[in-house]
Write a protein that binds this ligand. Structure first.
Ligand SMILES: [Fe+2]
Length: 196
């Protein structure tokens, strides 16, 4: 069985998102990695007597995607903030595809923000359906509910309270989202899109 290792991230000083908030957030990410490994191992142990342990296997298996998606989405999230904020490159395939569908990057970000402002913990996510060359903006409840099966993620915006409570308070989600966009390393996002 594979044991996942937490990744490390090179996060610069951000505008509007404190180092303390990032440090605590990375601590939560590490918890997802640890829990996914632990629950995977526990399920395998219980499988040794699967009839007796059927209920426990069922409940723990339901938690696997919660932990796994928490791990992977945070890896995308922090990668987007690594190194330094960079502007969108208008010549990049990503910018051109966004422009074709949304008219401008600003329009896309406004729509992503609108989805991010939805109530409840979750993620506003930009997916891309290569088969019809179309983006879709979705809201993944918590982190494992409502994904667009098979579609790769281009950009992932964490809108759980833990992402902004420290810096913005309970009603400060909009300000946090604006800061997240300001700190985006567009090159990282463009590279991910190019690699799909
Ligand atoms: Fe988070």
């Amino acid at each position: 069985m594979h044991t996942y290792e937490p990744k490390t991230f090179t996060i610069p000083t951000l505008e509007g998102i404190s180092q303390k908030s990032i440090d605590e957030h990375i601590g939560l990410y590490n918890g997802y990695v640890k829990n996914f490994n632990a629950i995977t191992a526990a399920v395998q142990d219980l499988m040794s007597d699967s009839a007796k342990n059927a209920h426990a296997i069922s409940e723990l298996t339901r938690r696997l995607s919660f932990e796994f998606d928490g791990m992977r989405l945070h890896e995308i999230y922090f990668t987007q903030l690594e190194t330094a904020a960079t502007s969108s490159n208008a010549e990049s395939p990503l910018a051109q595809a966004i422009s074709k569908q949304f008219g401008s990057t600003d329009t896309l970000l406004a729509q992503l923000k609108q989805v991010g402002l939805m109530r409840g913990p979750g993620w506003a996510i930009l997916y891309y359906d290569e088969s019809v060359q179309t983006f879709h903006i979705g809201f993944a409840g918590e982190q494992h509910q409502g994904h667009f099966a098979t579609l790769p993620i281009v950009l992932a915006l964490d809108v759980w309270e833990h992402a902004f409570l420290l810096d913005y308070g309970a009603q400060g989600k909009g300000g946090y989202i604006d800061s997240f966009f300001k700190n985006l390393n567009w090159t990282a996002v463009e590279n991910r899109f190019a690699g799909l």
